[in-house]
Design a protein around this ligand. Structure first.
Ligand SMILES: N[C@@H](CCC(=O)N[C@@H](CS)C(=O)NCC(=O)O)C(=O)O
Length: 262
């Protein structure tokens, strides 16, 4: 059995559908299903990574704003989609998917791009780095962006120093091993997109200051950032979310047409 996913032709007032063509080789049966992705997003949030992936894969989607000014990510309606109350969530024909890495890997597998396929020997190490970025690096970033969620004010300085040291270690590891998942063999991957956005955030959002983060100290990651930001997907994200023209290699704060980053 094999499956082909194609972006739909845009039609009428509802240009947000994907056509899923499922061809079953043994019976020659063909099913056509209309499929709509809805990306619940806030500007410059982790949803930006998913937006880039959807665009790179040629998938049609509708971006629906999560209004962070009223903590809409904690509303009952949103929690029904993502019980963790975090952005993003992607609505798909098989139901909502949350957790950035899960969404990215699911999209890559469904659409057959942006990641080594399951039969590729490099799939295993790719997944190792994806999970490392998701459950170690991204988690530590949350500590740096919202330290008051984790410690009292009296412990903040020490806490931030330790968090920054862990992040630097993670960035050095990723910088050293970038070739294992980066564009060399596979073209741009979901990991490239993930890392481009992460290095952007480090230039802007640590509440204890940004001076500790110098992207030049991680040349392979700087290369990833520059590669991703020249792609058409990034150009469209720049417009959609009000990003500056070098959003990953030399970031500035977003001026989004709707919503807010925090
Ligand atoms: N582990 C989650 C983390 C997502 C996350 O932290 N999202 C942030 C925005 S970038 C968020 O929802 N912040 C609002 C909040 O925590 O209430 C994932 O990978 O999707």
């Amino acid at each position: 059995m094999w499956q082909i996913y194609r972006p739909a032709q845009q039609h009428g007032l509802f240009p947000i559908r994907n056509v899923v063509i499922r061809a079953v080789s043994d019976s020659f049966a063909v099913y056509i299903t209309l499929m709509t992705y809805v990306l619940h997003y806030a500007p410059d949030n982790a949803s930006l990574i998913v937006r880039l992936a959807l665009d790179e894969l040629g998938a049609s989607y509708h971006a629906k704003l999560v209004d962070r000014s009223i903590s809409a990510q904690k509303s009952q309606t949103y929690l029904a989609l993502n019980p963790a109350g975090r952005i993003p969530v992607l609505e798909t024909p098989i139901g909502p998917i949350f957790e950035t890495a899960a969404i990215l890997l699911w999209l890559a597998d469904q659409h057959g791009g942006l990641a080594p396929r399951m039969t590729d020997p490099k799939r295993a190490i790719f997944m190792s780095w994806l999970f490392y970025v998701s459950n170690t690096l991204h988690a530590d970033l949350v500590s740096l962006f919202y330290p008051d969620r984790f410690v009292d004010a009296s412990a903040l300085d020490d806490y931030n120093t330790r968090t920054r040291a862990r992040l630097d270690h993670a960035f050095r590891l990723l910088d050293h091993h970038a070739a294992e998942w980066s564009a060399a063999d596979h073209g741009v991957t979901i990991l490239d997109l993930y890392m481009a956005v992460i290095v952007r955030w480090c230039q802007l959002y640590p509440v204890s200051g940004q001076a500790w983060f110098d992207l030049n100290a991680y040349p392979a990651l700087l290369h990833v950032a520059k590669t991703v930001e020249t792609r058409p997907s990034a150009q469209r994200a720049i417009v959609a979310e009000g990003l500056n023209t070098t959003p990953f290699s030399a970031a500035d704060y977003a001026a989004p047409p709707e919503g807010s980053a925090v």
